[in-house]
Design a protein around this ligand. Sequence first.
Ligand code: VGL
Ligand code: ZN
Length: 208
Amino acid sequence: MRGADEVLLVIDVQNDFMPGGALAVPHGDEVVPVINQLALAFSHVVVTQDWHPATHVSFAEHHAGRAPFEMTTLAYGEQVLWPTHCVQDTQGAALHRDLHVPHARLVIRKGHHVGVDSYSAFMEADRVTPTGLTGYLRNTGVKRVYCCGLATDYCVAWSALDARGAGFETVVIDDASRAIDLNGSLERAWEQMTAAGVLRTRSVDVLR
Ligand code: VGL
Ligand code: ZN
């Protein structure tokens, strides 16, 4: 059993990111049994939920004449326009029913400000508004963050980069994550993570 200095960060394992969901990640459901197994090996687990108001700025439907997966520029920078997803308190925003992490102690909900997206569990997309997760993890003695979930190239990558930036040892568990892979985003995400010193591992090596 891994101790208090290591946390498993389970990112956005929500219905809308599953096959058939509003913003489906290919094979997204395959991470569920892997994460359930991993969670048994961690005494400290934190879960995130993408948690948007219905009027959220990242939704293409609120941008006249624009379609999902196009880019736009907002006050804080470039933003992908997404299909409407993970609206607060909907079935799509609920965790996958087979995700079994009863001992998760903290659920961080992100993307709740109507005008700001938040892929990262640590910092909103304006890059100045913290979610509070950095302080929580430091306060509870965490030194190493293991990231998994959906999607590798968006919320997992941004969370891993911010974890590293906050000074945590950071590891992404590749087979416990799946990507959207929009216009080469997965390869770019791995280039950035590798350059930042984020480590890449597989669940067998975490469980051994
Ligand atoms: C995510 C796009 C929009 C994710 C969330 O969880 O990776 N991607 N919102
Ligand atoms: Zn979102």
